[in-house]
Design a protein around this ligand. Sequence first.
Ligand code: AHG
Ligand code: MN
Ligand code: MN
Length: 336
Amino acid sequence: MEIIKTLGEFILDQQRDYPEASGELTSLFSSIRLAAKVLHREINKAGLADITGAANAENVQGEEQQKLDVYANERFKNALAQRGVVCGIASEEEEQFVKFEETKNLEGKYVVLIDPLDGSSNIDVNVSVGTIFSVYKRVSPVGSHVTEADFLQPGHQQVAAGYVIYGSSTMLVYSTGKGVNGFTYDPTIGVFCLSHPDLMIPKDGKIYSVNEGNYIHFPEGVKKYIKYCQEEDDSTNRPYTSRYIGSLVSDFHRNLIKGGLYLYPTSSRYPNGKLRLLYECNPMAYLIEQAGGKAMAGPDQRIMDIEPTTLHQRCPLFVGSPNMVDKLNEFISEHG
Ligand code: AHG
Ligand code: MN
Ligand code: MN
C-alpha cells in the first residue's frame, strides 16, 4: 500500500525540525484545517441547502455579501479564536479588526488576516471558490490587547500564508517559508494528504489571466502587453492562452501549477486596483515567491514591500511566472 503523508504528520515533521518551536503554529494550522473541512462540507451541498445567494447585506467595501461569505467568516473566526494562539483577526467581511479577548487569546503570539470566501460570486454557478489566509507575529506585547499595528505589517513579515481551494477537489496549499506544499482533501477519511510537495512555478508560462472586459480602462503598458500575449510568434510560444475564472484562488492555483501570469491592474474603474493588499495580494505574493515566482504592483514595487496604511486597502497585482512578470513590467516601464 502506498504510504500517504497527512497534513497533520507533515506539520509535526516540520515542527520536529525546530526543537525550539512551541507548537503554536501547529495549533493555528489545526484551526484552519478544521474550518476548511467544515466549509468543504457546506460548499459541496451549496445547490441543495438554502445557503447560496445574497445575504442582503454589504461588507465594508460596499460589496454585496453572499450567505456563504458570512458563514465562512464565522467559521474561520470561531476556529481561530478557540485554541488561544491567535490574539485577533482581520477579515474582508469585518470593517474593524476583531480582538479575541479571552485570557488565552491575549497570550497568543499570532494575528491572522483572511479572505474567508474568495470568488464568492461564483458560488451560485458551481465554480471553484477559495479561502486565503496570512499569518504574522504580533508587534504589540504578548498579554495585551491586539492593536491595528499588529495587522498593518508589510508582507515580508509574514510567517505563513496559504489558501484553500474548493474545486474539483478541495486542496490546502501553504508555506511557512520553506517552500510550498499542497494537500488534497480525501473526504472519505476526512484527511488532507500531501499530494503536491515542493510546488515550483515554471519560469515561463503560456497563460495570461485578466478581466479583459476592463481593457479599455487599463493603462497603456498593460494594453500593449495584452496585445503582445495575443501576437503570433513561434519562438516564444505566442499567442498565449487566455484563462480567467474570476476567483483569484482558482486563477492563481492553475497558474502556479501550469505557469502563467495573473494581472489585476489599476483602471479608471479601480484607480488603486481591486484586490486587497493584506488578505489577497500579500499571502499570494508570499506563496509565489516561495515557489520561485514574482508578485509586483508595478515595475519597481514588490508587493511584499508595500507599507500598509489601512486594513482594506487595495493595490494592483501582477503575479506568476517570473519571466512573464518581468515582461509585463518592461511594457509598463516603456508605455506607462
Ligand atoms: P471576493 O469574492 O473575495 O470579493 O474576491 C473577488 C476578487 C477575486 O477573487 C477575483 O480575482 C476578482 O475579484 C475578480 O474581479 P472581477 O470580477 O472584477 O474580474
Ligand atoms: Mn477575494
Ligand atoms: Mn471574499
